[in-house]
Design a protein around this ligand. Structure first.
Ligand code: NAI
Length: 213
């Protein structure tokens, strides 16, 4: 299976396929034509064929797609074949919101602990998960075999947190702090900046003529 030349655009579309296929399975739909999949997902049928051909196809002429097979194959491509232990660093508003969003667990992302420097937060339990002192971060990551950390600290603390995570052999960082982290190449990082989406929305809002009330 050729997997080293997959474009970023294709990789970014895979979660949407995965999500829609899950919806279909939940509705007991087990087979779907590329035309129908195209209608619900909003990509052209040829785009879908091209995307999936990157991984060896999956569809059958005259049959379409087996929803369950495709869902599992895309899950495999997305690396959802094993659980990942995670920690959240920063137990403020955002860290707590993410901890309370239990659906990450449904995908195999298992929250093991939450870390903060604020002694008033240490010892709390958020969504059945303990908040620990930063002093314990390195040992905890090693002991619990944590592979992925969500950084939810303010931007001033984020690089120091990232350095400590790297030292503890973390493999991936989901960074919410509004700062570009300086990380060794082997660390996989995804930055999330909701404000970028909001500003994009604002741009399109500006372009739309206002309707009379
Ligand atoms: P907050 O102030 O409620 O929480 C930040 C927490 O980080 C505090 O509990 C603080 O004690 C802890 N902290 C600070 N430095 C630390 C360190 N070195 N080690 C461990 N813990 C540390 O802030 P809030 O609202 O939760 O936002 C957190 C971060 O997320 C901010 O950087 C904010 O800009 C960012 N953010 C990003 C969004 C996005 O779309 N990416 C959306 C909302 C917030």
């Amino acid at each position: 299976m050729p997997d080293n030349k997959i474009s970023m655009a294709v990789i970014k579309r895979l979660p949407k396929y995965h999500r829609y296929l899950k919806d279909l399975l939940d509705k007991d739909v087990h087979r779907i034509s590329s035309k129908e999949l195209s209608r619900i997902i909003g990509f052209t049928a040829s785009q879908i064929r091209q995307d999936l051909n990157n991984f060896g196809g999956f569809g059958q002429q005259g049959y379409g797609y087996n929803v369950e097979d495709l869902y599992h194959e895309i899950g495999k491509i997305l690396g959802l074949t094993k659980p990942y232990n995670t920690v959240i660093v920063g137990a403020g508003n955002l860290g707590q919101a993410l901890a309370n969003y239990t659906s990450f667990g449904d995908y195999g992302f298992k929250l093991q602990g939450i870390f903060d420097i604020n002694p008033r937060l240490v010892g709390m339990r958020i969504s059945n998960t303990d908040v620990y002192d930063m002093e314990d971060l390195g040992a905890f990551i090693k002991e619990k075999n944590v592979e992925l950390a969500f950084i939810c600290t303010n931007k001033e603390g984020a690089q120091d947190v990232a350095d400590r995570l790297v030292e503890a052999d973390i493999r991936g960082i989901w960074n919410f702090a509004p700062v570009d982290l300086n990380l060794p190449e082997e660390i996989v990082v995804e930055n999330v900046h909701l404000i970028d989406d909001l500003l994009t929305l604002s741009y399109f809002l500006k372009e739309k003529p206002e309707t009379e009330a």
